[in-house]
Design a protein around this ligand. Structure first.
Ligand SMILES: *Cc1c(COP(=O)(O)O)cnc(C)c1O
Length: 306
């Protein structure tokens, strides 16, 4: 895995909704950065892994839920770079059933050691005593926070726009912890606005983004969060399938699907004015489709087409 300058395609999206509204939209295909360490998780790992190597760390430890893109990316990066990885996973009940979970089975196949903890213990992931206990158990490690967000991760995400040469009015990005958006607000110009689509209820990420912003040119909305993190319905599934049919571009259900749904809703409702140029960041996350389809099947909802 090399961290040299990566060039990904910036793809024009040609669909009627945009044409009718006279709006241009391009997608930065960060999902194509690396086959297994996708999108923003690659960006977030870059400077952290360089730092871990500088510290001569041989083990990376981090936290995540059962479908975490960050856990999958960390496991794949560790395998490729010959670093040991440990994933502290939320939910002790998974200790008996993780083999059926595509994300965790993938992480295991990369050699990641999975350690399942109760939700109560998981909440202690930033407490010193809990981290010390993990250190006693696993030995020294380089710690990556949940979702991979720290200042080095933000530095990596500021490089997303490095190879984008065109001008634009809006930069759109899905928002979880806000780390990716915090990088983007460092690299846009004052006339460009960053629109963040929170994938969970609330816009608590505002603080982190504001701390990193050069200008007052960003906004976060949770209007398209679909009831919360990881929650989706038939409408979103149909949107994702339709988008793929019309553009050939796959979207993930947790992040990029909600962002694109939000952008199209805003365009439809005239919330983005004519002749605007939008740049949407495809942050990756496609590994999550398989796990989501398992859950959709149980609920008798339509599947996301691969
Ligand atoms: C993790 C993730 C995000 C959220 O990034 P944050 O920096 O936590 O806001 C967005 N998109 C995808 C595909 C992700 O995996």
């Amino acid at each position: 895995m090399s961290f040299h300058k990566k060039i990904v395609p910036v793809q024009k999206i040609e669909v009627n909704v945009l044409k009718n509204a006279k709006i241009d939209l391009w997608m930065v295909r960060e999902d194509m950065l690396h086959p297994k360490v996708s999108g923003n998780k690659f960006r977030k790992l870059k400077y952290n892994i360089l730092e871990a190597k500088k510290q001569n760390a041989t083990t990376l430890l981090s936290f995540g839920g059962a479908f975490s893109n960050h856990i999958a990316a960390l496991a794949a990066a560790g395998k490729e770079l010959g670093l040991k990885t440990i994933g502290v996973i939320r939910g002790e009940e998974l200790a008996h059933s993780w083999q059926g979970n595509p994300t965790l089975a993938f992480a295991d196949s990369c050699g990641m050691q999975l350690y399942f903890v109760s939700r109560a213990n998981y909440r202690k992931k930033e407490e010193k005593a809990f981290l010390q206990q993990l250190q006693q158990q696993f030995g020294e490690f380089y710690l990556l926070p949940e979702g991979g967000t720290n200042q080095l991760a933000i530095k990596g995400c500021a490089e997303i726009l490095q190879n984008v040469t065109m001008d634009f009015d809006y930069c759109c990005v899905p928002v979880g912890t806000g780390g990716t958006m915090a990088g983007l607000v460092q690299s846009v110009k004052s006339h460009q606005k960053v629109l963040g689509f929170s994938v969970l209820k609330g816009t608590f990420q505002h603080k982190l983004v504001e701390k990193n912003a050069l200008y007052d040119n960003f906004v976060i909305t949770d209007k398209y969060a679909f009831e919360g993190y990881g929650k989706i319905d038939g409408t979103l599934v149909r949107f994702i399938n339709n988008f793929k049919k019309e553009t050939g571009i796959p979207l993930d259900p947790i992040y990029t699907g909600k962002m694109m749904y939000g952008i199209f809703e805003m365009v439809r409702h005239g919330e983005i004015k004519e002749n605007s140029r939008i740049l949407a960041i495809h942050t990756g996350g496609l590994q999550g489709i398989e796990g989501m389809n398992q859950r959709l099947m149980k609920k008798n909802l339509p599947q996301i087409e691969l």
